[in-house]
Design a protein around this ligand. Structure first.
Ligand code: SF4
Length: 549
């Protein structure tokens, strides 16, 4: 008895075994969680064979659960949210209770580069296999919903026949590489990054040397002075600059990322010439694979390693262990001359023709519309289309005398190249319609919000970003928007839980980036949203100082 009471009062030394962060490069090769385990058990890329030979033939119920919730992402497939489950139950249900028997499929569009032929195929697949769905994401991808496992091999056949792919569109892999949508054509371009982007794709897509990363790896590259690829929030980014001695090249950034623990990327102070970009890219990617934290999923992004190491050590490891040579010091990018970076409107190309950027609402289009856009572009002599990181699109290579007719054709499709600030600057993530993590609806609400603000504030023509997320993640970049809206359940006047948003104000990207301030306690119900934003904007118009955003 005495012994037992003594035991109960004596401070117990906590015995812990230091397991490190699960970094391969320092010898932690034993998987420390279930994600690391399934990746070690079988490479995610291998699931393709099972989809083609087993799952598509025997149906949804034949899919191995680890493939269903894990490896299928390596080929751009997630189960979508089962309809009818409200946001109040998100997070309290087991993952399998949220799974629908249909899939979201993401088509990677590296650099946002599409031909009209590719766009037409994307549109046809949407109509035939995805109930007409096709959303433009904020990373230049196209996303389908309602895809059945039986149809996946045929969808791949059709995509791959025109040079498109879903490989590593999701999963712990090198995701789509964002590129300037006007690479090679913009008159003000510092450098065309297209050859580097193509080489980076060639080296890593489908390459098993890079198919087991600690988590996702996001890439951006642009030679545009408009800083048009949200480089600050990517794991690695190459930003066009002119070196005073060496000429045009790229400034190297690492460690950006949003989500629940947002960090802006940091400059390594290095200038990279075009032909060396792929080596440097592979070096940074390899550091992430080898030194990235694998123990906890929520610390497994490159940004945590960069925050711990600092830019000097990161650059030194990159140079000494991976490149085996020193990088050249270089200048920072310059502040863009204009605030909108989205290429909306009519712009002269370097070859004298024009490109026309236009705005769907919150990235929502559909297969039939995409097919019509391809037809319209071709009817105006263009065979090239681009998607942007603002969920918008661009038609390239239009002769001057065809521009007006193209603009009319776009308007007839309810796609305008002269959008209001609200239509131009509002983005929304997938939200509760299809996303299993969502708490609230976003797409419909974002589209209605645009229409309502256009009606209430027709005079407002300042650059503004209004970004809606369906949950605390950051798929629509709420932290760096002028008005960021984070979906959550809130209490209404009657004390009832309803859909609403936590408000973040004053975020920005560019050379003076920053995260929006969470306005203390400021939550608005979905119904109050137009009133709230109208109040904020009217006050901004009244009280702003000269040049104040
Ligand atoms: Fe889903 Fe949340 Fe991302 Fe929106 S922000 S797509 S709700 S995970």
């Amino acid at each position: 008895m005495a012994a037992s009471s003594q035991k109960s009062v004596a401070p117990r030394r906590k015995v812990t075994r230091h397991r490190g962060e699960g970094q391969w490069a320092v010898g932690h090769l034993t998987p420390l969680n279930s994600n690391e385990q399934f990746k070690k058990d079988d490479d995610g890329l291998n699931v393709r064979t099972r989809i083609e030979t087993i799952y598509s033939k025997r149906g949804f119920d034949s899919i191995d659960p680890t493939d269903l919730r894990g490896r299928m992402r390596w080929w751009g497939l997630y189960t979508q949210r089962r309809p009818g489950i409200d946001g109040g139950r998100t997070g309290v249900l087991e993952p399998e209770e949220l799974d629908d028997r249909y899939f979201m499929m993401r088509v990677r569009i590296d650099g946002g580069r599409l031909t009209t032929r590719q766009l037409r195929v994307i549109g046809e697949i949407s109509q035939e296999f995805a109930r007409g769905t096709a959303d433009i994401t904020d990373r230049q991808n196209i996303q389908y919903h309602w895809v059945q496992i039986e149809d996946v091999p045929e969808i791949w056949n059709r995509l791959e026949a025109v040079g498109l792919s879903t490989v590593t569109a999701c999963g712990d892999t090198p995701r789509v590489m964002i590129g300037s949508p006007v690479a090679g054509i913009a008159a003000d371009e510092i450098i065309d990054a297209t050859p580097a982007l193509e080489e980076m794709k060639r080296r890593v897509l489908g390459n098993k040397a890079y198919s087991n990363l600690p988590r996702k790896f996001k890439t951006a590259i642009s030679g545009s002075p408009l800083l048009d690829v949200v480089h600050e929030i990517n794991d690695v980014a190459f930003v066009g600059v002119r070196h005073p001695e060496h000429g045009p090249g790229f400034d190297l950034w690492v460690g950006g990322g949003l989500s629940t623990n947002p960090k802006l990327g940091v400059r390594l102070g290095a200038w990279v010439p075009l032909e060396e970009v792929p080596d440097v890219y592979e070096g940074v990617l390899s550091i992430f694979r080898d030194y990235g934290y694998r123990r906890l999923r929520n610390r497994a992004r490159l940004k945590f390693l960069v925050a711990d190491w600092g830019p000097e050590k990161f650059r030194q490891v990159l140079e000494d262990e991976y490149l085996k040579r020193k990088l050249v010091d270089g200048p920072a990018p310059e502040q863009p001359v204009q605030q909108w970076r989205d290429h909306i409107g009519v712009h002269r190309q370097k070859d004298g023709r024009f490109y026309v950027g236009f705005a769907p609402r919150v990235g929502r289009v559909d297969g039939a519309t995409l097919t019509k856009i391809a037809d319209l572009a071709e009817a105006h002599g263009s065979e090239r289309i681009r998607t942007t990181v603002e969920q918008k699109m661009i038609i390239l290579d239009v002769e001057e005398d065809r521009v007006d007719s193209l603009l009319e054709g776009l308007e007839a499709l309810d796609l305008t190249a002269r959008p209001s600030s609200f239509r131009r600057g509002t983005m929304a993530c997938t939200g509760i319609e299809f996303c299993k993590l969502a708490i609230v609806e976003t797409k419909e609400r974002g589209a209605r919000l645009i229409d309502e603000l256009e009606r209430r504030l027709p005079e407002f023509d300042e650059p503004i970003t209004i970004n809606l997320n369906g949950c605390p993640n950051a798929c629509a970049r709420i932290q760096v928007a002028d008005i960021g809206l984070k979906g959550q359940l809130v209490l209404n006047d009657k004390g009832e839980q309803v859909e609403g948003y936590q408000v973040h104000l004053g975020g920005a990207l560019g050379l003076e980036p920053g995260f929006g301030r969470k306005v203390r306690g400021l939550k608005v119900t979905a119904d109050e949203l137009p009133d709230y934003i109208e109040r904020v904007l009217r006050r901004y118009l009244k009280e702003r100082e000269d040049g104040e955003r």
